[in-house]
Design a protein around this ligand. Sequence first.
Ligand code: HEM
Length: 186
Amino acid sequence: METRSERKSWTVQKEDIHAELAEMMELTPEEKTLLSELEGGAEKQAEALTEDFYSRLLAHENTAEYFEGEDMSERHAMIADWFVDLFSGEYGQEYVAQRLKIGHVHVQIGLPVRYPLSMIDVIMQHGRTVAEQSASPDAAEEAFQKVLSLDIAVFNQAYEDRQLKHLANLVGGERLARRLLTGVGD
Ligand code: HEM
């Protein structure tokens, strides 16, 4: 396959990344309204979600290690708020920037990206339960899937940001770093 020395996507930087991701989800005003109408339902579902979320993470030695000595009630509140915000109805630049910060927190604690990504099915399952309470359950579920996809993209972006930054510092430029990451010549 041809390897190009440039990609348009490589020029998208900082806040423009937030705007691009927010725009890519193509959430319609109707979908945003459908989700925001479910915010109360999400609050009620949050406790069941946090229980499933942490029982999985605490059941595995490699993930449980991150919570040693932690106040778990504080952790529960954090994930509950994060879940309810999926139904805020506002998914613009500010929302993306705030979610990206949460991703960076996970980079900083040395958490491999496979662990947050392997929790998505738990969030999906509880999001579906909330969407089923909508007057238009199918449309609400579709909208929820878009918002969750946005978060998956953002979590990955947080990790890529750090990798690129450090590699670019080492090799003297982001373009060269990106070319190295394509693995050409491996
Ligand atoms: C989809 C998956 C996940 C979501 C949505 C999520 C969400 C959050 C949120 C909202 C916070 C608070 C961030 C802040 O300070 O503003 C947080 C912190 C934290 N998360 Fe996660 N998390 C996820 C996966 C994981 C996994 C898999 C682990 C460990 C195995 C983990 C460990 C932690 C720890 C230790 C903190 C506290 C970091 C600190 O304050 O030093 N998270 N998470």
